[in-house]
Write a protein that binds this ligand. Structure first.
Ligand code: NA7
Length: 545
């Protein structure tokens, strides 16, 4: 009898990860009747699903934590610099518990479609449970790396042994003891899990399409000095994060790599290698814009890899040469390169030995030296349909039958990465066109949640019920984002930032490169100027700003 049931709320949120949880908290505090729909059976989002061995944060967890609960902020201590997935999940669960969030979250409920009704000015979300949630406002809190990429490997699905995906790892864990294991993919998930899988497996074969730059994470307890810097004045620290480039307090580089001598450059890169902090990796102001400057850091990394990996041929294969450093998400690891010195670990370079097919027994590789490799388990660490996958994964229909999927045919179009023309009252948290994946997600999530909450309060107090960007604002924002990205080397890589990891996906630079501080200032100014670039409407008519 749930079939035809319709639940009416003010706001529906999709996703109960860190974005959806905080959005629920804020809206509830503001007096909006809110429901969250979540496919999993508990909170945590990314940290619920990605349970592979070695899964960790790659932003220091003191930075990657909520700033809106002063008590929690004081009481919670992270046991390591980069907390493991179980600890981060526990943190999410603790927050849900403390604020009694679960009572407004419907778990095991996946949204299939969402349709805007221009007459009632409401969204209707159809769930896989067969019921409908009707809401004035609809917030997508579905995450940026949440829609796993369908494995685009010939024969995928034919393997008769155990198959695993890092993005949806079994809750009970996996025992690889005595097994012959294949890992496909050497992004962050591959790089974090490979050393640990190697510890258990009898044989490990890593299939590498593109080598990545990875820095030692130097895991362990958070350095005293860093904790001190943080706890001296937590609020000032958090404010500095909000105004920074990537959402972590850090000095901005002011010197060109080309204007210092070799010795100084190397010392700077050694320093990066020793700290392993993402926010402090870019030492010179031209690393991300000038190929020559970038090359100096790239060469340094190649030398580190060559000095770590014993077999010179394997070392060369592990040196990234077809993209500039920092144009793909750099990785942090614990013993990644060292793992290739183990006698039972093999690296297969897919450029010289491409996968011809996955078979029932294993993986056939071609090239000049074809081989039929047999495995007991195959692990796909092949990544995500990043930033847009989870959003267009829901069948979203806006005004006059416009579908989001076709509106984003040539790449996502948003104003501020927050809203899209023809889809009134639909907000995206850390959507494409906002800093999102180029930043500490916590900081970007909080900024969007606060902005969305303030916006809904503004509408309510002004007797308004709709908001939508203007076509002009959207066009210009996209133009600005692309122009800004084009000033950097970032669009040159075959990265998921550019949509290049998913066959057929439009190739546009997805996140906003201007940094979280600048982006926040732009959003604040938009609000100050009475929602510049938006049309708002209510019973008395609509107005465009
Ligand atoms: P990533 O970073 O997208 O990595 C996926 C890896 O899988 C990457 O090395 C890909 O190579 C490889 N891949 C993808 N498809 C194939 C096929 N068909 N054949 C062979 N290899 C393939 O995802 P992760 O889950 O590791 O990390 C995502 C983010 O999570 C990470 O950046 C952090 O922010 C946290 P490619 O580079 O595309 O050639």
């Amino acid at each position: 009898n749930t079939r035809e049931s319709v639940t009416e709320v003010d706001v529906v949120i999709v996703g109960a990860g860190f974005a959806g949880m905080y959005q629920l908290y804020r809206l509830r505090e503001a007096g909006f009747n809110t429901t969250v729909l979540e496919a999993a059976d508990d909170v945590g989002g990314t940290w619920y699903w990605n349970r592979y061995p070695g899964a960790r944060c790659d932003i220091l967890t003191v930075d990657y934590s909520y700033s809106w609960d002063p008590e929690l902020q004081k009481e919670w201590t992270w046991s390591e610099r980069y907390a493991t997935q179980p600890e981060i999940l526990r943190y999410a669960q603790t927050v849900a518990e403390k604020h009694d969030l679960r009572r407004d979250i419907r778990f095991k409920t996946r949204v299939q479609s969402a349709t805007w009704n221009e007459d009632t000015k409401r969204w209707a979300l159809l769930t896989d449970q067969g019921d409908t949630v009707s809401a004035k406002f609809y917030v997508m809190a579905t995450g940026c790396l949440s829609m796993p990429k369908v494995p685009d490997v010939p024969g995928a699905g034919q393997f008769a042994g155990e198959t695993y995906f890092t993005s949806s790892w079994p809750h009970e864990g996996v025992d690889f003891t005595g097994k012959r294991v294949a890992v496909i993919g050497t992004g962050s998930s591959g790089i974090q899990s490979i050393p640990l899988i190697a510890e258990d497996a009898e044989q490990l074969t890593v299939f590498q399409r593109t080598p990545n730059f990875s820095f030692p994470a130097h895991n362990g307890p958070v350095a005293e000095a860093r904790l001190e810097e943080y706890s001296r004045d937590v609020e000032a620290y958090r404010q500095a994060a909000r105004e920074s480039l990537i959402g972590v307090p850090a000095d901005k580089p002011t010197v060109s790599a080309m204007l210092v001598d070799e010795e100084e450059r190397i010392a700077a890169y050694e320093d990066v290698w020793k700290t392993g902090e993402l926010a402090k990796q870019i030492k010179f102001n031209d690393i991300q814009v000038n190929p020559e400057a970038n090359e100096t850091h790239r060469q340094f990394m190649h030398d580190k890899i060559r000095n770590t990996v014993n077999d010179p041929d394997v070392a060369e294969l592990l040196c990234p040469t077809n993209h500039y450093i920092f144009t793909k998400r750099p990785c942090l690891d614990t013993n990644y390169y060292q793992t290739f010195n183990l006698p039972h670990v093999r690296l297969v370079d897919l450029h010289s030995q491409p996968i011809t097919s996955i078979t029932a027994k294993g993986i056939d590789i071609g090239g000049d030296h074809p081989e039929q490799l047999e495995f007991d388990a195959v692990v796909f660490a092949t990544g995500f349909d990043a930033m847009t996958g989870a959003i267009v994964g829901v069948d979203i229909t806006g005004r006059d039958g416009a579908t989001l999927r076709s509106a984003w045919d040539e790449g996502p179009k948003t104003y501020l990465g927050l809203m899209t023309v023809d889809f009134p009252n639909l907000f995206m948290i850390t959507g494409p066109g906002s800093p999102s994946v180029l930043s500490n997600m916590m900081v970007s999530i909080e900024q969007h949640v606060d902005l969305i909450t303030d916006t809904l309060e503004h509408l309510r107090s002004n007797d308004l019920d709709t908001i939508e960007p203007t076509a002009l604002a959207q066009d210009r924002w996209m133009q600005h984002g692309n122009d800004f990205a084009d000033l950097t080397l970032l669009p040159t890589a075959n990265s998921w930032y550019m949509g290049r990891n998913v066959p057929g996906k439009p190739q546009v630079f997805l996140p906003y490169v201007g940094g979280v501080g600048r982006y926040r200032a732009i959003c604040d100014e938009m609000v100050e100027r009475d929602y510049l670039g938006f049309t708002v409407g209510g019973p008395k008519g609509s107005q465009t700003h």
